[in-house]
Design a protein around this ligand. Structure first.
Ligand SMILES: Cc1cc2nc3c(=O)[nH]c(=O)nc-3n(C[C@H](O)[C@H](O)[C@H](O)COP(=O)(O)O)c2cc1C
Length: 245
């Protein structure tokens, strides 16, 4: 394993920070590194809103379910999927308006996620820690209003960055053989692999340093997925010009 892979496999989300700021040059380098990610058809369909305004931070933290690290972090940014630039290119080139195809929603969302993960790794390589904030989609219209997001732009998730005051142990991932299929999808092995991983994660949850729980991965993820339906998202995305056809 080389140093880059070691850094990647050492990732854990950081939600507790000391008060030191992130220097402007470092932040620029992190964003520049994010932008180096591959981009579908090179459309670079993202924007980052750096939220410095304390009032907006507080509002967004509350809208995201009172996540205090949104307020505490040295930097909080909202990662947006952004097709407004491409809408401008399309109009400029005489190709007309974007029509809200699901395909363009996927492309822009993937671009934004690749940017963000590259940013996170760049930040971690500099000793920073952070966490993504999907909770902003609890009330996406609050975020959209605070940040004055126009049509063709939607907030995918937030990102907190800061100098870690505390770092959790690395969470064990699914074993490679649970996620890697050779030649064809091995549907018959899914339940077996989940059972094996549940045992591993039950040990992890019962033995970790903080937030000890008597649970396993199935219970955790089933609850998370079934509780976070965010049924407003389709209508919200449509109102922002995404997923209309
Ligand atoms: C898109 C996305 C959204 C997330 N949203 C939140 C969030 O709103 N609040 C939070 O505390 N963690 C959030 N997380 C962090 C996950 O809970 C975390 O990555 C996962 O539990 C694995 O833990 P680790 O990152 O420490 O390895 C999010 C992660 C991703 C990728």
């Amino acid at each position: 394993m080389n140093e880059v892979m070691q850094l990647m496999q050492n990732h854990s989300s950081v939600r507790s920070y000391n008060n030191s700021p992130v220097e402007s040059d470092l932040l620029q380098s992190i964003i520049r590194s994010g932008q180096s990610a591959s981009s579908s058809s090179f459309i670079q369909a993202y924007s980052i809103i750096r939220v410095c305004d304390k009032h907006n931070r507080q509002n967004i933290a509350e809208a995201a379910g009172n996540q205090r690290w949104v307020v505490d972090a040295a930097e909080f940014m909202v990662i947006c999927a952004d097709m407004l630039r491409i809408q401008t290119c399309s109009q400029k080139s005489g190709k007309g308006d974007l029509k809200g195809y699901a395909e363009h929603f996927i492309t822009a969302t993937v671009d934004a996620a690749l940017l963000a993960q590259n940013m996170m790794l760049a930040a971690e390589s500099a000793g920073l820690g952070g966490v993504f904030i999907g909770g902003i989609r609890n009330q996406p219209e609050v975020v959209t209003q605070c940040l004055e997001l126009p049509e063709h732009v939607y907030p995918v998730f937030g990102m907190c960055l800061g100098w870690p005051a505390d770092k959790q142990a690395v969470k064990p991932r699914l074993p490679v053989d649970a996620v890697l299929h050779q030649d064809r999808y091995q549907a018959a092995s899914v339940a077996i692999k989940v059972d094996e991983y549940d045992l591993l994660m039950a040990d992890y949850y019962s033995a970790r340093q903080s937030n000890v729980k008597n649970t396993n991965w199935s219970l955790q993820t089933a609850a998370a997925v079934q509780e976070k339906k965010r049924e407003h998202m389709l209508a919200f995305l449509q109102s922002q010009g995404f997923i209309k056809r």
